[in-house]
Every structure is written in structure tokens, then in C-alpha cells.
Design a protein around this ligand. Structure first.
Ligand SMILES: Cc1cc2nc3c(=O)[nH]c(=O)nc-3n(C[C@H](O)[C@H](O)[C@H](O)COP(=O)(O)O)c2cc1C
Length: 416
């Protein structure tokens, strides 16, 4: 498949030392990346580093006949499907805002018709200066998209807004901007992670689910253009770009969130490991051993949690697709088949948590897709991102087989 083409423009800020990492991340994500740098940028980042990670000669000089001979600046501006400016200095933002074309980078930025994604980086006072604020506003009105800057300790010694967005975040934004839009217009709900059922104010019953699988599924749906709501149990994972996240703790909270989103969803993927049981009573104060007879331990009575997957699968489906997950330690496929029948969902993704590799907290997973009527597709051990892509390929096929107008209320469109 032809690689999508990205021009990375680099200006002269200290954050330019991160640009080779950004370019490497973009190349690893399958993009064809060419770099153009300002004269100041060449003081901060070695062109050779960018050349090595991009696999292309770095362009720096508008008037260099040899450089122009390879691909002239207008051809380069036309070649780009997206231009990423990272870092963008205060100086470059000013030059862009007034439409200057006094070096190669500004000339390219003026000549290109590709969308611009700009990652500013500068001292906090430069960022807050009314001149910079005005330039950002002008560029925003022109359709330029900004990513960051982020807050934190700055290289200049100040603290505050001005750090360039992390390369991984920029890569995710680019992927989102240029990915296939096969789920555009669809509204998706994904649950992820475990739930945490409180015993008292300091203790809880939980499980080992990290949420990585569900987050990968949500990220992939957003990348394909869906409007995604991620209902997440306690997790330190960052929210993938373009996603609305609802954080929950308990199975009951997760149920409320899912039922609340159900009416407007077309696809629901229940990847969360929801606790089957919760303590019957939650102690309002910490249970202390000093309050118990010497040597005694309290017993915790459990009650069943609602079965969210069964509950939503029993609702009128109206063209919706419901996918469940089954994490099993034995009789994996049989258990998954029984679960599929019992719950009445459209697909069960089964994974064997007894395997040494894959499963909880791993970056990889070996799953099987279990379909109604018996067919099973077993996948090899794959990165969870790839499992997510394979799952969406299957769901898209299934959606294609369903009448498009049946189902959820039409979405108002993605909110990003
Ligand atoms: C050590 C050093 C670090 C700098 N860091 C930044 C920066 O992070 N952001 C910025 O806007 N300017 C920064 N500057 C100032 C720019 O390099 C200067 O404005 C330059 O003219 C930018 O040129 P360009 O926009 O053509 O790349 C820095 C200058 C020096 C000497």
C-alpha cells in the first residue's frame, strides 16, 4: 500500500532535539516523511539525524540548486498530504501569521495546500505574549490545528506552558488525521479495564485487567473515524486522542455509563473485566483488626453484580452490534461458545489468560473470535493494537451486512 506523505517542518527551538524521535515514530507508523528545516533549526538538530530516521535528504536551503534538483520546493509542498510543524518557534508562528516566505520552510508553508498540524514550543512568557496569542488566533482562524504546548518544566528554567507536545502524542494526532475513515459517522462505546469494588474506604476487590486491550480498541475505532466513548475502570493509561472518556470505579457505575450511552451507540464492545461480585456492604470506616476479637478476621459477604453484557444484549438490538470478551483460564473456546449463547451478543473475543504470554497487562494478546453458530477464528499472539485492528475489520464486515438505517439514533458527528 502506498505510504501517506508527511512533510515535517522544523524551526529553531530547543525542542528540535525531539524531532528525530517524532520522525522515527511517524516512519514506524507507516508514513513517508520528508523534513525541511530553518537555518536556526540546524543549530539545534543535526540534519544527518533527520536524514537517517526519515530516509530522505533534509531540505534546508531554498536556493540550493542541488536540493531543488531532487524535488523542487513547490513539488515538495504539493507532495505533502499533511504538514507537521514541530517545534514551531514564536518567530515561525509570526512569520506564518503574516504570510512571509523568506526561507524554505515559510515558502513551503505558504505554497502547500495540505492541512497544517503545528506543535509550538517556547518560553512561557513568549507563549503568553499578546503578539504570539494574536498570531495563534490568526492561524487558528485559517484552519491551522495546534497540538500543545504542554505545561511543565521548560528548558529555559521557567515552569509553565511551552513544552512541545510529546512525539507519541503528535504521531497519534497525525494517524488520526490521516487514517482510513471506514467508521466515520459511527458511534462506538468501548468498556475497558477492571472494576474496583470497595470493601471499606481503603480496601477494594479488583482484578488484574490493565485496560490495554480496551484502550487499543477505542483508539483504533477513533483512528478509523468513529465517535468513541470509552468507559474506563481505574487505569493510569492516557486517553487516546479524539475520545470521550468516562471514568468509573464499580460495576454498577459502569452499567449506568453503558446504559446511558446505549441509545445513541451503534457498536458496543465490552472489553472490560467487570467484577462478577461485590461486597454486600461497604464499611463506612476502615475495618480495623483492633476492633475484632484477638486472632479473628472479618468475613466479607459478596453479592452478584449485574451482568452488563447480558443486559444490553437483551435490549432491542435495532441494528446494533454488541461484542463481548471472555477471559478464560480453561476450556476457553467451549466457555466462550456458552457465553455467546447465554448472553446473545454478536461476537465473543475469547482469550486464554493461563498462557504465559499475552493476556492481562501484556502488550500482546492471543485471541479467538467466536461467532454464533460455532465458527471460530483463532489469531496468533499479536500486539493488542493489531488485535484491535483485526477486531474492527470483522465488525466493519458485519456492519456492512446490516441495514445501515436501522439502529442507533443518528450521531451528531464526531466532537473533535
Ligand atoms: C538556546 C536557544 C533556545 C531557543 N529556544 C527557543 C524555543 O524553544 N522557542 C522559540 O520560539 N525560540 C527559541 N529560541 C529563539 C529562536 O531560535 C529564534 O527566535 C530564531 O530566530 C528562530 O528561528 P526560526 O523560527 O527561523 O527557526 C531559542 C534560542 C536559543 C539561542
Amino acid at each position: 500500500m502506498e505510504r501517506r506523505r508527511i512533510l515535517c517542518a522544523v524551526s529553531g527551538g530547543i525542542a528540535a532535539y525531539k524531532t528525530p524521535e517524532l520522525v522515527r515514530g511517524l516512519v514506524r507508523s507507516g508514513f513517508d516523511v520528508r523534513c525541511a528545516i530553518t537555518a536556526s533549526a540546524a543549530r539545534f538538530v543535526a540534519p544527518l539525524a533527520l536524514e537517517t530516521v526519515s530516509g530522505h535528504r533534509v531540505r534546508a536551503d531554498l536556493f540550493d540548486r542541488a536540493e531543488e534538483g531532487e524535488i523542487d520546493h513547490i513539488a515538495l509542498a504539493d507532495w505533502a498530504e499533511l504538514v507537521v510543524v514541530a517545534p514551531a518557534t514564536a518567530n515561525l508562528l509570526a512569520r506564518m501569521a503574516i504570510g512571509m516566505a523568506d526561507d524554505l520552510v515559510t515558502t513551503l508553508l505558504l505554497a502547500t495546500r495540505a492541512p497544517l498540524l503545528v506543535a509550538p514550543a517556547m518560553n512561557v512568557n513568549m507563549w503568553r505574549h499578546p503578539a504570539t496569542r494574536g498570531n495563534v488566533e490568526v492561524l487558528g482562524r485559517r484552519g491551522v490545528r495546534f497540538i500543545g504546548p504542554e505545561s511543565g518544566a521548560l528548558a529555559c528554567g521557567w515552569e509553565g506552558e511551552g513544552r512541545m507536545a510529546e512525539p507519541a502524542r503528535i504521531v497519534a494526532e497525525v494517524t488520526l488525521a490521516l487514517g482510513p475513515r471506514t467508521l466515520a459517522g459511527e458511534r462506538v462505546v468501548v468498556t475497558a479495564g477492571g472494576t474496583r469494588e470497595p470493601v471499606d474506604p481503603v480496601r477494594s476487590l479488583t482484578n488484574r485487567s490493565s485496560g490495554k486491550m480496551g484502550f487499543a480498541i477505542a483508539a483504533e475505532a477513533a483512528r478509523r473515524g468513529a465517535e468513541v466513548v470509552l468507559v474506563a475502570g481505574p487505569s493510569a493509561l492516557p486517553t487516546p486522542p479524539g475520545i470521550r472518556r468516562i471514568d468509573v470505579q464499580t460495576a454498577l457505575e459502569m452499567r449506568d455509563a453503558v446504559l446511558g450511552e446505549w441509545p445513541s451507540a451503534r457498536i458496543v464492545v465490552m472489553a472490560a473485566a467487570v467484577a462478577d461480585f461485590r461486597p454486600a456492604d461497604r464499611a463506612l470506616q476502615k475495618i480495623k483488626k483492633e476492633d475484632l476479637p484477638e486472632g479473628a478476621a472479618p468475613s466479607i459477604a459478596l453479592v452478584r453484580n449485574p451482568d452488563i453484557l447480558a443486559e444490553i444484549s437483551a435490549l432491542p438490538r435495532d441494528g446494533r452490534v454488541v461484542v463481548g470478551f471472555a477471559a478464560e483460564s480453561h476450556d476457553v473456546l467451549d466457555s466462550a461458545r456458552r457465553k455467546l449463547e447465554r448472553k446473545g451478543c454478536d461476537l465473543i473475543v475469547a482469550n486464554d489468560i493461563s498462557r504465559e504470554q499475552g493476556g492481562f497487562d501484556s502488550d500482546r494478546n492471543a485471541v479467538a473470535f467466536v461467532w454464533p453458530g460455532g465458527p471460530v477464528e483463532e489469531l496468533a499472539l499479536l500486539p493488542k493494537t493489531e488485535v484491535a485492528a483485526q477486531l474492527w475489520d470483522r465488525i466493519e464486515k458485519r456492519l456492512g451486512a446490516l441495514p445501515r438505517d436501522a439502529g442507533a439514533e443518528p450521531s451528531a458527528g464526531a466532537s473533535r
